[in-house]
Design a protein around this ligand. Structure first.
Ligand code: UDP
Ligand code: MG
Length: 156
């Protein structure tokens, strides 16, 4: 199982899309194991987007992300990183495929509703950056055996 970091960005929160976006992840079968609603402190935003420091969009990205509250989620599942990235779609709504979150809910080449970790390594780092010890909740779903085939050695 992988745990990935998802952020519903300020535009998703302001536009009242939190429930619908979380609903898509729940519908897919991903398990919520962490959630927090916050206005991102400047230093946390900087650490999260460290890899983009120096790029032309970096300052604007930080302003956008810290301008208004976000909802931070930790989602768990087999291949959770690649599945959530596919569900998000291409970076901007203008060219994200219909059926994806960015493709269905946005048109902007700047505001794009959702962040998702892009590799299992980055997911582990980002989950540790946003959630402290004890803030993730390990819980078992009664539906697990219908979401995955659990009859073999590993969930399929
Ligand atoms: N971004 C932007 N302009 C760009 C590229 C990226 O505003 O030309 C923002 C956008 O919010 C994006 C974030 O920076 O989600 C991180 O960029 P990345 O290339 O990692 O895209 P993602 O992984 O989010 O699809
Ligand atoms: Mg990225």
């Amino acid at each position: 199982m992988e745990t990935t970091l998802i952020i519903l960005k300020p535009d998703a929160v302001q536009r009242g899309l939190m429930g619908r976006i979380i609903g898509r992840f729940e519908d897919k079968g991903l398990q919520v194991v962490g959630m927090k609603f916050m206005k991102i402190p400047q230093d946390l935003g900087q650490r999260h987007y460290e890899v983009h420091k120096g790029k032309p969009f970096y300052e604007g990205l930080l302003r956008y992300m810290t301008s208004s509250p976000v909802l931070v989620l930790a989602l768990r599942g087999v291949s959770a990183v690649s599945i959530t990235r596919k569900m998000m779609g291409a970076t901007f709504g203008s060219n994200a495929d219909p059926g994806t979150i960015r493709g269905d809910f946005g048109v902007s080449n700047s505001f794009n509703l959702v962040h998702g970790s892009d590799s299992p390594e980055n997911a582990a780092k980002e989950v540790a950056l946003w959630f402290g010890d004890g803030e993730l909740v390990d819980w078992s779903r009664n539906t697990e055996g219908w979401i995955y085939d659990l009859t073999g050695e590993k969930p399929e």
